[in-house]
Design a binder for this molecule. Structure first.
Ligand code: SAH
Length: 510
């Protein structure tokens, strides 16, 4: 069995994508196949590389989940193909996760495996609800119990013993037998006043809690209508839930944002959002590639290097900067030959300026506001008409800047150096749309017209009026409106402004 694969049984944590272990995350990056079930959130799934084969074995709208035997078989088959298989399970794989059963078949076939424990919902969902699982004043133990067995399954739960423990009782899979659980505990002598809680979809953007007592938990849950997954907690520690509540108080606590920027750039925005407590689903809607035909670039560069008069290199996006220098490198052009005293650099905004500074070059010209017109105006007021301008840009860059320059009487050349292509990992399109329909996504961020177009192209013909689009800049917003989206625009064309606007909206809502 020399070329057989290997299986990693990995705990994904309870929902918040940040609660997977470092090891688990690293394995997601290197797996050939990820087999996951229904509890895994989109915010984590979207982090699996696009090339990785994904197999969903949980329940999905209308479909039944695979049986345990089928799942075992799928894992085995992939491993026998020689693949690196990650079996991704909610929480910890061994806490009511049937992880043990999934290993039996692998053992039989001599397939190597590793287990990567996860943060179990039994502890973390409580923490996110402000309930410490133990507390010196209230309890000296905690117990994790299945709520299923109360329906007369194999091993029955000893309620008599539980009622006497004085520990924190944590019931998993117990929502549908909540009434029975509470009644049994009271019958065995627990006070009806004992604090009890139901914690729904804990650690996700939509977590909710109902804090009550053993006697009234069922009634209080019925009032709000609960969803799964949910945990029932019984014990004095539930008293602390209000006092220690913290998630809901974060500036963007309970807010889920879909970020559509290109992968390389998405993380800046995502970090800002995470810092404020938001949940972020990163699903780029565009990608960029260098242009195939480099002849125009080669000609322009040659010209620039031959001329002795002042000339400008104009770069209008951080991607443009990256592409420009990577093309120079590909052409094996030594920067010492290229950068002369008469060469100037103009950028359209601060992000592009920062990208340029990474190459040790400080821009000579940058408009105060970020738009093609503003850059044109900056040239008009401070640059001599004899100086030549070279615009190295995306093939699809708009005509605002060139039109302005032409009118102002400048000599300029446009040199396309990269394409922006609509691109989304189609694996998640249905899940994204489903989340938007269920109002589980509060904002879809669009930072350029091309992200709008990429998103629309991937999603296909739908009623976009339910898409809560938040856009940078009028032009981006125009495109979003064209598809009928529900559009808001950040006051300034920066990501900070976008984040600030979300915080303000939440304050108003709270
Ligand atoms: N292995 C998992 C538990 C699997 S059993 C773990 O360690 O967390 C499934 C049960 O876990 C659900 O019925 C529910 O009771 C609980 N659960 C899992 N994730 C949850 C979440 N995010 N919020 C509330 N309960 C959750």
């Amino acid at each position: 069995m020399s070329n057989c694969g290997k299986v990693w049984l990995v705990g994904a944590g309870p929902g918040d994508a940040g609660l997977i272990t470092v090891k688990g995350k690293a394995l997601l990056e290197l797996a050939d196949v990820v087999i996951y079930d229904a509890l895994i959130q989109l915010e984590l799934l979207a982090q699996i590389p696009e090339k990785t084969k994904k197999i969903h074995v949980g329940k999905r709208a209308g479909n039944h989940s695979a049986t345990q035997e089928q799942i075992n078989q799928i894992i085995l088959e992939e491993a026998l193909k020689g693949k690196k298989v990650v079996r991704l399970k909610g929480g910890d794989p061994f806490v009511f996760g049937r992880g043990g059963e999934e290993l039996e078949l692998l053992l039989e076939h001599g397939i190597p495996f590793e287990i990567v424990p996860g943060i179990t919902s039994a502890v973390s969902v409580l923490a996110y609800a402000g309930i410490p699982v133990t507390h010196r004043e209230f309890t000296s133990s905690f117990h994790v119990i299945t709520g299923h067995t109360s329906k007369g399954k194999k091993k029955s739960v000893n309620y008599q013993a539980l009622a006497k423990l004085d520990g924190t009782l944590i019931f998993l899979m117990g929502s549908s037998s909540m009434e029975e659980i509470c009644n049994r505990l009271m019958q065995e002598g627990m006070s009806p006043d004992t604090p009890a809680a139901l914690l729904e979809r804990g650690t996700t953007a939509r977590q909710r809690k109902v804090i009550s007592t053993l006697e009234h938990l069922k009634r209080d849950c019925d009032r709000v209508g609960i969803q799964t997954p949910a945990i029932i907690v019984v014990g004095q520690v539930c008293r602390l839930a209000n006092q220690l509540e913290w998630v809901e108080k974060l500036p963007l606590g309970g807010v889920q944002v879909l970020v559509t920027r290109e992968k390389k750039k998405a993380s800046t925005l995502s970090k800002k959002l995470l810092e404020q407590g938001a949940h972020v689903i990163e699903l780029p809607a565009i990608g960029t590639t260098a242009i195939e035909d480099k002849s125009e670039f080669q000609i322009a560069v040659k010209e620039i290097m031959q001329q002795k008069t002042v000339q400008w290199i104009v770069l209008t996006s951080p991607t443009g900067v990256e592409m420009f220098f990577s093309l120079l490198k590909k052409e094996k052009i030594d920067l010492r030959r290229f950068l002369s005293d008469t060469l100037r650099f103009a950028v359209s905004g601060s992000a592009t300026a920062v990208a340029l500074e990474r190459y040790g070059i400080y821009a000579d010209l940058m408009p105060k506001k970020f738009s093609g017109k503003d850059l044109g105006r900056a040239f008009e007021t401070s640059v001599d008409r004899n100086e030549k301008l070279y615009l190295f840009r995306s093939e699809l860059a708009d005509e605002e800047l060139p039109n302005y320059l032409a009118e102002a009487g400048f000599y300029y050349k446009e040199i396309p150096i990269y394409h922006t292509i609509p691109h989304m990992d189609l694996e998640w399109v249905e899940s994204v749309w489903d989340s938007i329909e269920k109002k589980e996504i509060d904002y879809v961020t669009f930072t350029s017209a091309s992200t709008v177009k990429g998103f629309v192209q991937a999603i296909g013909e739908r009623d976009f009026s339910i898409v809560p689009a938040i856009c940078i800049g009028e032009k981006t917003a125009d495109w979003a409106r064209r598809y009928g989206m529900n559009v808001s625009i950040s006051p300034e064309a920066t990501m900070d402004s976008m984040v600030k606007m979300m915080i303000k909206n939440k304050e108003r809502f709270d």
